[in-house]
Write a protein that binds this ligand. Sequence first.
Ligand SMILES: [Zn+2]
Length: 302
Amino acid sequence: MKLSLESLIAGVDQRWKRMHTACALRSCQTTLLMRSVPQSRGGIRMGELWYCSVDCFVKAARERFSSLPARRPLEMPHNPRLSIGLVMLSKGYLTDQQYRFALAESKLTGEELESVLGRLGWVDEWQFASARAAQWGYPVLGRDRISQSVDADIPMTLLRSFSAVPLHYSKHARRLLLGFVNRVEHTLLHSIEQVTGCRADPCFITPTEFRYQMIRVTATQGSREVVLDNSLTPAEMARTLGGFALDVIAREASVAHCQNYLWTRLSGKSRTIDVLFQSRRSAGINKRDTFSSLKEEMRSAG
Ligand SMILES: [Zn+2]
């Protein structure tokens, strides 16, 4: 086999680059020599970024938690084109008379039409799920289709918050079917993809199906979740993450914004922890902004 000088140089160059991947924190104090020995290379990887130590990871997190970017998170509001009443009318779940009565009742009391319909008891919960599915343009799970235990890798706090539950998970295909009760929360779907690398597809289910499936959902062995509120300062938040990173001997970190949560997953060789920082809108500082851009900001940390 004939090797050209160019291919030889390219090969050496690639090996050299692999050996000398620098810490993403520009102010990193670790010497080049320490960062250059492949066997001693621990550190924490976050997407394309690599921090040579927990200290550097914490510093990058603290710096960016401390900043208050002006950018707002990308919201994906969804206003269904048809009202749920009209969908039910078109599906024959309501008569014209019932629809008009519910509409008048809603206007009179100021109640949501959905609440009025629920109170009047003219439609069952499966018809509600079916109507919501038609509104949102997603499928509704057929009756009696839920019968699986799912080894979900999603924090229960998020599932409860958004009334969503994993229904089927294909490890091979990296696909997750997620059932929603009230509305499809796109930030949850997006954050699942960011944190787990698994594509999440939505569908609608009934509240009863949701309750049954939540019981079946079993937490992944070796993983746990911690929820912290926004009373922590940016430095405390970063230090807390650092503490958990040391605890699980983290080698990988991923972070995603999920509505009013900052979801950070720290994965070690045998243990994983999900750290959820919950922000409340009533707090003076809008941490939603901080959260949403953390990943992007950590990219340029240093
Ligand atoms: Zn470093």
